[in-house]
Write a protein that binds this ligand. Structure first.
Ligand code: AMP
Ligand code: MG
Length: 412
């Protein structure tokens, strides 16, 4: 399944961003080193540039000068019997083949000798020119996410502007008659729409640009209009309305719009009713009097996900299914969800037929990483979910998991 999306999903647009705004963006063009790195034989210690064999032999050397970082040695190459005082980051002069650390030599005015039993080898304490990268080397490939380490590489290469992939625009539609906006006072039987907000945060974190569309009510007219609108975006994410209830109409409306479903339901808990597919990017609002509108569609398609409405189900499904596709749309080379292994902190009952993803906390200790479930009231419990930092994965078909068992953990 992911194989299919990985080959079919391709970001197209590029844009240019300033390095200061590049954190979290994805490179559309590789960055090449513009010069050798290091650009000169760079001393990694404060000490003396010498010939290793000579200092090791016990000879007293004459210190002929001092060189700081940011200076160039203007004098002739270091000769036999000579040493040059040198600081970290300064270029090792021609003639020397190692840097002896300050702490390992004895200096008496202009005379330098070895501490007893100290020896040196050629190449010690400097990085030769070009050892890290050569001019023209790809130092950051296309598809790489820019983080602090990549910013340092780009800066080193003199890139003030980077070519990155455009952020895919993700339409978020919450569905449900019981939902009210967060600026409204809910009646006793109503609930605030939290999913549009959490999904927007998740989309941002995955590198997309979210747009919260109006809440769609659980009726065909409203849903048809909203889905037609959402189909014009780069990706459409719906929450709620995909279960088996009488008023769960999302699948029907997607079908009317000419949807191709890649899957309808996954054997997981929470999140079983999740659907994934693509719909014609037409913007046409379906009406039963024009049923053939999207037959044999030849135009562009928009991927969609219909996520279950319970907020924890919504988040689990986002990490497992939406985020990988979104990362592919963003142009990232690495798209998979992130899992680690940890030991269970206590016994846990399995759930039979479905793989479970339960809110949990990871703790790192000297003897390894352990994971502990957070007590919760099920997949509507946003407060418990916020006390967790990950999801513990409990595979199907196991009756009881024992404290100390190694399990997988889905990071978020
Ligand atoms: P559904 O998937 O539509 O059957 O919804 C399942 C549960 O999730 C119901 O209790 C809904 O009230 C709740 N829910 C659905 N959508 C949202 C939302 N946008 N924000 C918070 N809770 C929601
Ligand atoms: Mg609903």
């Amino acid at each position: 399944m992911l194989q299919h999306t990985r080959t079919a999903v391709a970001p197209v647009e590029h844009e240019s961003v300033a390095l200061r705004d590049a954190n979290g963006r994805v490179l559309a063009r590789p960055i090449l080193a513009d010069r050798d790195q290091p650009p000169f034989d760079r001393s990694t210690r404060d000490g003396y540039a010498v010939l290793a064999a000579e200092l090791t032999s016990g000879a007293a050397l004459r210190v002929i000068g001092t060189l700081r970082a940011g200076e160039e040695w203007g004098g002739p190459a270091i000769q036999s019997g000579e040493a040059l005082e040198i600081m970290t980051g300064a270029p090792v002069p021609a003639g020397a083949d190692c840097v002896a650390m300050l702490e390992h030599v004895v200096r008496d005015r202009d005379s330098l000798s070895a501490q007893p039993d100290r020896t040196w080898k050629t190449g010690e304490n400097f990085v030769p020119r070009g050892a890290e990268s050569h001019a023209g080397d790809v130092v950051l490939p296309r598809g790489r996410v820019i983080g602090p380490a990549e910013v340092a590489v780009a800066a080193t290469s003199g890139c003030a502007e980077l070519h990155v992939f455009a952020k895919p625009k993700v339409a978020i539609i919450a569905t449900g008659d019981e939902l009210v906006g967060i600026d409204q006072q809910p009646k006793a039987w109503q609930i605030r729409n939290s999913n549009s907000w959490s999904l927007a945060a998740l989309v941002n974190a995955a590198g997309g640009s979210p747009g919260r569309l109006a809440i769609a009510r659980d009726n065909l007219d409203d849903l048809r209009e909203r889905v037609a609108q959402g189909a014009m975006w780069d990706l459409l994410v719906l929450s709620g309305g995909v279960s088996m209830g009488k008023h769960d109409l999302v699948e029907q409306v997607l079908s009317e719009c000419g949807a191709e479903f890649f899957f309808t339901g996954v054997w997981i808990q929470p999140g079983k009713p999740v659907v994934f597919g693509r719909i014609p990017k037409s913007g046409i609002v379906y009406h039963p009097s024009r049923p053939q509108e999207h037959a044999n569609w030849q135009g562009e398609w928009t991927y969609f996900f219909g996520l279950p409405g319970n907020p924890v189900s919504t988040e689990v499904c986002f990490h497992l299914f939406v985020a990988p596709l979104l990362r592919a749309l963003v142009g990232r080379a690495d798209v998979s969800p992130s899992f680690v292994e940890a030991r269970l902190a206590e016994d846990v009952k399995g759930a039979g037929g479905r793989t479970r993803f339960l809110p949990a906390q990871l703790t790192s200790a000297w003897d390894g990483v352990s994971v502990k479930l957070v007590p919760w009231q099920g997949s509507g419990d946003v407060a418990a979910n916020a006390r967790a930092g990950c999801f513990c994965v409990l595979p199907a078909g196991v009756e009881t998991f024992r404290a100390g068992d190694t399990v997988r953990v889905l990071l978020r």
